[in-house]
Design a protein around this ligand. Structure first.
Ligand SMILES: C[S@@+](CC[C@H](N)C(=O)[O-])C[C@H]1O[C@@H](n2cnc3c(N)ncnc32)[C@H](O)[C@@H]1O
Length: 238
């Protein structure tokens, strides 16, 4: 797979071409497109039932049937993962990030308006900010996160946000690449406490977007976490 430093990246999803403008001058990580999002979107495109060439049998048909499902992306950057899954049927999609990334995100949404037709929603969301989380009215059926694990201090807020955002029967779709050994170790420890974790085998990734260092994971809430959340809700309402 080729990743490029070119300011513009084009990605075909469900026969539409997304065009993402990077701003390599800002030095902010959110104004570049990262491999985690591209590999995640192309995995979903490969197995989507909207794709006439989808392999058969399809072990991902339920997972990737996005019809009528709400989605939110955490740390969206230029927005490619959320836009891509929207083109694969996800509805009511929020793209979220910190304030500094909003200009690049808005620019890219505008640039892709002809393909996206309807504009996706954007919101500022600093992980674990409970006011901002509540404002988006969770839960969501699909939480998208790509290349967001690289600073140890943001790992707990990130996992807390995933837990608060995802529905009991929902999924977190994660595009992942190791960026920092410390953040990586903590991330798998903390997320393993609350999520059942499934790694997509590399042979199931899109053949042309199958990069040795980049993985796709599917997280589902652990049953005991769901029970604990119910108890907390009952206690607070009594
Ligand atoms: C490496 S970039 C990945 C961007 C995009 N998901 C992609 O794959 O192209 C990480 C993103 O996470 C966002 N981020 C980092 N820390 C955050 C925090 N505490 N709250 C919200 N977003 C954060 C950054 O602003 C950035 O857009």
């Amino acid at each position: 797979m080729k990743f490029t430093n070119s300011p513009v990246i084009e990605l075909v999803v469900n026969n539409n071409t997304l065009s993402l403008q990077q701003d390599n001058k800002t030095m902010h990580v959110g104004t570049s497109v990262w491999p985690g999002s591209i590999v995640l979107v192309k995995f979903a495109d490969h197995w989507s039932s909207l794709n006439p060439k989808t392999p058969n049998p399809n072990p991902y048909s339920d997972l990737l049937n996005f019809s009528g499902k709400r989605g939110v992306e955490l740390g969206t950057g230029c927005g490619v993962a959320g836009m891509g899954l929207y083109l694969l049927g996800l509805t009511d999609v929020y793209l979220t990030d910190i304030a500094a990334v909003m200009p690049a995100l808005k620019h890219n949404l505008k640039k892709n308006k002809p393909v996206l037709k309807k504009s996706l929603k954007i919101a500022q969301l600093y992980w674990a900010n409970s006011v901002q989380i509540k404002a988006l009215s969770p839960p969501f059926d699909v939480v998208i996160a790509a290349d967001v694990v690289y600073l140890e201090e943001t790992v707990r807020p990130l996992v807390e946000t995933m837990v608060k955002m995802v529905a009991e029967d929902g999924v977190v779709l994660l595009g992942y690449q190791l960026r920092s050994p410390e953040a990586d170790k903590l991330f798998w420890e903390v997320s393993g406490e609350v999520f059942k974790i499934e790694k997509v085998p590399h042979e199931d990734l899109h053949p042309e977007y199958n990069y040795e260092e980049t993985d796709v994971y599917i997280f589902r809430k652990k049953k005991n976490l769901i029970e604990d959340e119910k108890t907390v809700k009952e206690d607070s309402s009594s």
